[in-house]
Design a protein around this ligand. Structure first.
Ligand code: FES
Length: 103
């Protein structure tokens, strides 16, 4: 069986380099961060070594907890839209991400 449609991993493959995914760059708090097409925003952040990007009211770090869109610990702003779950949002080349921890 062959998967088709936008959720297919085949859709994320680099047509120039078969078997490879395309690199993307997103802007996180004003800094460029590299990832791969098909990764979530949380995946790109984790890949860049960002384990937490929010804090609780009592200062405890938060990033990805459930990874399935339930806990809302991973909220970021994407292209000006606030309260986006980073674990559920596919990163797109050029996306601008603002975290609570931005300077
Ligand atoms: S990590 Fe739980 S909603 Fe994203």
């Amino acid at each position: 069986m062959t998967a088709t449609g936008p959720t297919s991993m085949a859709a994320h493959r680099d047509p120039v380099r078969p078997g490879k995914t395309s690199p993307i760059t997103i802007i996180v708090d004003g800094m460029p961060v590299r990832g791969l097409d098909g990764q979530t925003v949380a995946g790109v952040l984790l890949g860049a070594g960002r384990l937490a990007w929010r804090t609780t009211r009592n200062g405890r770090p938060r990033g990805v907890f459930c990874g399935i869109g339930v806990c809302h610990d991973c909220l970021v702003a994407v292209n000006g839209l606030s309260d986006v779950r980073a674990c559920q949002r596919r990163a797109a080349d050029g996306d601008s991400i603002s975290t609570e921890a931005q300077p």
